[in-house]
Design a protein around this ligand. Structure first.
Ligand SMILES: [Zn+2]
Length: 237
């Protein structure tokens, strides 16, 4: 038995970090509607499922929140995540009505945009562990960019930048981000009102690549969380 334990990587001996993955919106409130008339909740559920699978492959535990779309309220989401080490809420983005253009898809009138696309990562300055929230958000964003995904610059219109080059913005009044004891981020995978980006967001190969990148970022961020802050500082005493 001892031999078996020694053969395991060091982090297997401690409890693996537990990541709560929240599927944004639900059966009652489907969220935004895509350029082709599909509810955001369907996109969120698909991506969250891929992310959960990939996190497990990265040796992280997963707490599934609202995977059945039946959660009762916004505060119930962080409550369901209690005891985890990190909270990520999965969403897909839309745009204000003023920017929508009419078009038709499969005989139905729909709306779309051409001016906004790309991912966004949001943190709340009211989160009790803002430092970890920001570190994880920037790590995820940096890895997404390295993997070829582009952050949306549109958020500069409404949000204060936390780390704009990596697509990280403040969104302080989101219940799921501040009514929690956990470090937390909200991830907008892309803009489903953008016709081309909608198709990219539905592509299983791209979903898997994006989920793998986000999972790698979360793992990298959480596995270094206990580094002492004084490392490398040469003090006089
Ligand atoms: Zn949403």
């Amino acid at each position: 038995m001892a031999v078996l334990l020694l053969a395991l990587p060091a982090h297997s001996l401690a409890a693996a970090p537990l990541v709560a993955v929240d599927v944004g919106h639900g059966i009652q409130d489907g969220g935004a509607i895509s350029a082709r008339g599909r509810h955001e909740f369907e996109f969120n559920r698909e991506f969250a499922g891929r992310l959960a699978d990939t996190l497990r492959q990265h040796d992280l535990g997963v707490r599934e929140v609202n995977f059945d779309g039946r959660i009762a309220s916004l505060p119930a989401r962080p409550e369901a995540a209690a005891g985890s080490d990190f909270f990520i809420s999965i969403h897909h983005d839309s745009i204000g009505e003023a920017w929508l253009l009419p078009w038709e898809w499969e005989g139905q009138p729909q709306t779309h945009t051409e001016v906004k696309r790309g991912y966004g990562i949001f943190v709340s300055a009211q989160n009790p562990d803002l430092a970890t929230s920001l570190r994880c958000a920037s790590t995820i964003g940096a890895l997404l960019r390295r993997a070829g995904f582009e952050p949306s610059t549109w958020h500069a219109r409404k949000h204060v930048a936390a780390d704009a080059p990596n697509g990280v913005w403040y969104y302080d009044n989101l219940v799921v981000l501040y009514r929690t004891t956990l470090p937390a981020v909200l991830f907008e995978a892309g803009v489903i009102k953008h016709k081309e980006e909608e198709m990219e967001l539905r592509d299983p190969e791209r979903q898997a690549r994006m989920a793998d990148t986000v999972a790698t970022g979360i793992a990298a961020c959480l596995f270094v969380r206990d580094v002492p802050p004084t490392t490398g500082v040469q003090g006089g005493k």
